[in-house]
Design a protein around this ligand. Structure first.
Ligand code: GAP
Length: 451
């Protein structure tokens, strides 16, 4: 059974055809680098977010959640260093006017100042701030300027004291947040990989200075296990990349990226950073209010260090889509034609639909019976009912959107209250009682291992 490699073109086409992701404002010709999540895409994204949220909050009694506003006081971004440092070096072609990130160009082309598109002359690199600016209120002047946040992390830092005082957490503890962030990216190719509007899942873990290296190693281990065990990502497709001195962000003492092998090569998916006491110190300095922590037992007062785990949610959607996509060569079909099965091997916890229910035929009361079984399952699973087309085609339609379990209701169901349960990955079919469906599917989800 040959398995073909995923290509971006195939993924983008499947995403549009089946309702995972659409180009933004497509009927107006589209807005480059902005994407909309369709009926299946929104479920997939929500499921990834839910698994992350459970892993980072419910599974730890010392991590709490937060949902801060996108618009924050503009001084936040001065204190955080984003106004000064959050820049990309850009060069422009004087001929074709194309703009490039200098650090993404071939060093020789940059040295020769030669445009890779048309051979025209390139300008000297200039620093370009990535934050989107807007104005709050009726008058658009310097006094009303605000930024769309370029990271969710600062919402956590500025609420450190609020959370400390209202939830009685003690160091070491973490604050987790999921939300939109915005960056005026210049190179926005590769579908939803790098976009101007995206979502992050971030957790800031506050620790005693001196214990930061230990917690940094702890969180690196935890995050690796999350991808391989909780999301079921192929471990051969992820790897670590440690930031060299010239790559480190202005706030970081040490940083590792988890990279995933996307169809276009290995690229960053998540960053684990040791942010030291940079952010809390800067907010103390800029507000004139000491943001520190008093250790009850020792009466020691200090500014905590922060270990950050920062994953892209929308980028995780692309990872899960590319990791799941497979084309299986099943030989030839009944009519002698090549039989290729497109299957999305999502972990059942992530699949937009968990169980699809079909009547073998619409007549003789089978449609009503199948409908009632589907309705019974709604309490436990995300379900879908489909009565149109041949059964084989209905299975294949579900394979293509990654539905892990399909149930077929036939004439025997009326007699003996059994149905056919079909498993997406193996295509195995078993006959089981209607009353066994929920426990059987739950067990299969719990024990799921990708083939
Ligand atoms: N608070 C730290 C921070 O924002 P980052 O490495 O700049 O660190 C963290 O971003 C993650 O956010 C990245 O690993 C990536 O998954 C996601 N991300 C960053 N920029 C993005 C963009 N333009 N489009 C989609 N995802 C992005």
């Amino acid at each position: 059974m040959a398995k073909n490699a995923t290509t971006m073109d195939k993924l983008v086409s499947l995403c549009k055809r089946r309702g995972f992701v659409y180009q933004s404002s497509e009927i107006y010709g589209g807005l480059s680098s902005a994407w909309d999540y369709g009926p299946l895409g929104v479920e997939l994204k929500k499921n990834i977010q839910n698994v992350w949220w459970k892993e980072m909050t419910q599974m730890h009694d010392n991590i709490v959640g937060l949902d801060a506003a996108i618009l924050m006081h503009p001084r936040v971004w001065e204190a955080s260093g984003h106004v000064e440092n959050f820049t990309d070096p850009l060069v422009d072609c004087k001929e074709c006017k194309t703009r490039f990130r200098a650090d993404h160009l071939d060093p020789e082309a940059l040295e020769a100042k030669k445009c890779p598109e048309c051979g025209g002359e390139l300008t000297e690199p200039r620093q370009f701030n990535l934050m989107f600016q807007t104005h709050m209120g009726a008058v658009a002047d310097a006094n009303t300027a605000v930024y769309l946040r370029p990271e969710t992390a600062q919402g956590i830092f500025v609420n450190f004291k609020n959370v400390l005082q209202s939830s009685r957490v003690k160091i070491p503890f973490g604050i987790a947040q999921v939300g939109k962030a915005f960056r005026n990216e210049i190179t926005t190719k590769n579908f939803i990989f790098r976009t101007c509007e995206f979502e992050q899942m971030e957790m800031q873990f506050f620790v005693k200075p001196g214990e930061d290296d230990k917690w940094f190693d702890y969180w690196r281990e935890q995050r690796w296990a999350y991808y391989t065990e909780k999301l079921g990502v192929n471990p051969e497709k992820i790897r670590w990349h440690q930031h060299g001195p010239d790559e480190l962000a202005h706030y970081a003492k040490d940083a590792y990226d988890i990279e995933f092998e996307f169809p276009f090569g290995f690229s960053e998916l998540e960053g684990v950073h040791n942010r030291t006491d940079f952010d809390l110190s800067r907010h103390s300095e800029y507000t004139g209010k000491e943001i520190n922590y008093l250790e009850e037992e020792t009466k020691e007062r200090y500014i905590p260090y922060v270990v950050e785990t920062s994953a892209g949610l929308t980028r995780s959607v692309l990872m899960i889509l590319s990791d799941a996509y497979e084309e299986e060569d099943l030989g030839v079909d009944g009519k002698g034609r090549p039989d290729i099965r497109t299957v999305m091997r999502f972990h059942p916890n992530l699949a937009p639909i968990t169980v699809a229910v079909f009547p073998l035929v619409k007549k003789d009361g089978l449609a009503e019976l199948a409908r009632s079984i589907e309705e019974e399952l709604r309490d436990d699973f995300a379900t879908f009912y489909d009565q149109s087309g041949a059964i084989g085609r209905r299975y294949r339609r579900q394979d293509e959107i990654g539905t892990p379990f399909c149930i077929t209701v036939d004439y025997d169901t009326k007699e003996d209250k059994t149905v056919t349960l079909r498993f997406r990955d193996s295509m195995e079919q078993v006959r089981i009682g209607i009353d066994e469906l929920v426990p059987t599917i739950k067990k299969a989800i719990k024990n799921y291992k990708r083939v």
